[in-house]
Design a protein around this ligand. Structure first.
Ligand SMILES: Cn1cc(Br)cc1C(=O)Nc1[nH]nc2c1CN(C(=O)N[C@H](CN1CCCC1)c1ccccc1)C21CC1
Length: 346
């Protein structure tokens, strides 16, 4: 079987842009719109008992449309692989962005931190916790907007966010004390700790708790003592301290963060936790371009799209919407595909 034959004709698969344990991410081009996408490929056999994590990530991404969360366009499942077609962020990892500059000025750090807080507040509002927040899981798009990725560890505990979780997960460097101690913990509180680590990394360019030796790393985290580097203003020190509280009950809440003075500095409005675009909106111009391409009526096209099955049509429509929002022409290429789709379309 040719490599990724299930994508043939729909996506051109290009270079690998990331490889993790059980998955790899390749750059791709959506044939009809010529838009760049990121294709996350997971081999089922190598997933083992991590298979449920894919389902968790899928459901989370479908339910969490937000301007600072990496968009899911399409899901393709074969008997051997999962293919997630995701938003391509051409600005790379926030981690590399910080390393390149050593550290960020407070003003720039605030712009980024507000976006991460917006995404996390939105997650928590929907009853999710990310549980693996770290600079490597925050990407930049072309316009330098931040996008949260890697929801494989996120939890949607029943019945709501206030029930306790137990599984210890994520990277120890960013892990909250209660997670390390294996105590029951609240996903929301663990995310706040990680946000503290993230803000410290943005402002100082280093991590507050770090050590090659895992035991001394744990001791440092459990002590809650870290170096308050000279580059931190008094307000920054206070804000970070309020997130890096060893006792989760003393930690600032995500809602308090939204309007915290440090986050408000230079801004009129608190951080929003809302999704700023209408989800699955009916856009007449994108709809008619697709209807015309497939030679069906707008109503038939909309009925096909409105079930939001994250198939190729969902991807085409969402990518057309994205082009429109960026002021690009909404047109479709590649008439060859029509016949292939037509046979399967009616
Ligand atoms: C690094 N980089 C540089 C440029 Br320029 C673009 C990128 C880039 O990765 N862009 C990008 N756009 N969209 C995505 C990516 C990467 N990416 C990812 O999902 N990347 C993650 C990165 N994780 C961070 C810690 C462990 C792995 C990943 C997960 C599993 C396997 C490989 C990679 C998505 C699909 C969501």
């Amino acid at each position: 079987m040719a490599r990724y034959s299930v994508l043939k004709g729909f996506y051109d698969v290009e270079q690998t842009i990331g490889s993790g344990g059980f998955a790899k991410v390749k750059l791709g081009t959506h044939c009809l719109t010529k838009e760049k996408v990121a294709i996350k490929i997971m081999e089922k056999s190598r997933l083992g008992d991590d298979l449920p994590r894919v389902k968790i990530e899928l459901e989370a991404l479908k339910n969490l449309p937000h301007q600072n969360i990496c968009k899911l366009y399409q899901v393709i499942e074969t008997e051997s692989h999962y293919y997630l077609i995701l938003e391509y962020c051409s600005g790379g990892e926030l981690f590399d962005h910080i390393v390149e500059r050593n550290r960020l000025e407070e003003k720039q750090a605030r712009v980024f931190f507000r976006q991460i807080v917006s995404a996390v507040a939105f997650l928590h509002d929907k009853g999710y916790a990310h549980r693996d927040l770290k600079p490597e899981n925050v990407l930049l798009d072309k316009e330098k907007n931040l996008k949260l990725i890697d929801f494989g560890l996120c939890a949607k505990p029943q019945p709501g966010l206030d029930s306790f979780l137990y599984t210890s997960c994520g990277s120890p460097t960013y892990a909250a004390p209660e997670l390390i101690l294996g105590q029951k913990y609240l996903g929301s509180e663990v995310d706040i700790w990680s946000l503290g680590i993230l803000l410290y990394a943005l402002l100082c360019g280093v991590l507050p708790f770090d050590d090659e030796n895992i035991d001394s790393l744990y001791r440092k985290i459990l002590s809650g003592r870290y170096e308050e580097s000279s580059c931190l203003s008094l307000e920054s020190k206070r804000l970070i301290r309020s997130m890096l509280q060893v006792d989760p009950k003393k930690r600032i809440t995500i809602d308090d963060l939204l309007s915290h003075p440090w986050l408000m500095k230079g801004f009129k409005e608190p951080v929003t936790k809302l999704c700023l675009h209408k989800v699955h909106e009916k856009d007449p111009s994108c709809l008619s371009v697709m209807a015309e391409y497939y030679r069906v009526s707008v109503d038939v096209m909309w009925s096909k799209l409105n079930s939001w099955t994250y198939d190729y049509n969902t991807a085409t429509y969402m990518l057309l919407l994205s082009k429109k929002q960026r002021g690009l022409p909404i047109k479709l290429y590649n008439f060859a595909l029509r016949d292939k789709m037509e046979s399967g379309f009616n």
